[in-house]
Write a protein that binds this ligand. Sequence first.
Ligand SMILES: O=C(O)CC1=CCC(=O)O1
Length: 262
Amino acid sequence: MRVELRHELTGRPGAPVLVLGNSLGTTRELWQPQLAAFEEHFLVLRYEHRGHDGSPAPSGPYTVDDLGGDVLSLLDRLGLAQVCYAGVSIGGMVGMWLAAHAPDRIDRLALCCTTARFDSPDPYLERADQVRREGIGALAEQVVSRWFTPSFLSRESATVKRFQQTVSACSNEGYAGCCEALAAMDLLPALPSITASTLVIAGEDDPATPPRYGQAIADAIPGATLQLVPDAAHLANVEQADRVTALLVEHLVGKGDPGNVL
Ligand SMILES: O=C(O)CC1=CCC(=O)O1
């Protein structure tokens, strides 16, 4: 079953479309550090995953097919034939799914702090279970502590608090269902079929999706390149905003116009 995702379009009308996928427990605010730079070149489509910031949260478990299918339906509803796509973590997983399952719909692809599969499903199954028992608010502080380096956590307490509040506002069922999608996901066999020009970005100090996960993606997608970002953990686009913005703009702003109307 597909759900109609909450979304927002901003930027240059008539320009090529850039779709942005958020990480688990965040909203489209995640892209605030990059938004102005992207809006100079693109019509930007930011969407919310199931259970996040007002998108519907049907009963889980979900699969990455569900999450990717939701976005494909959104592109269809908006009449977008081909788009560029950038995603962080679960947003990047959706990007890999789209590029593998609907290759003609994805032009350039950027995958930030993400993985095609996790070493073990257990941590995310346990998290889903805990969220259903105790509520997402009980986990917010611990979850966000893995998104930034220790120095950022102590230096930028207002930003950290804001991300904790965003996690706490997720639907329990929606968040748990997304965790179950992470646990079941194995996109690695699909990656060699991706034809989109692909940039992979990894935070050097990311405990959630360490650089070896990014390396595995870059090794499996034909022609993909990997960029490591020093002094960054899971939300490298927030912690090292200028560096990541420059990498993304350089990769995503191509010469051709993908032509965005079905
Ligand atoms: O929340 C985490 O621990 C890290 C994460 C996994 C998938 C995602 O989007 O974030």
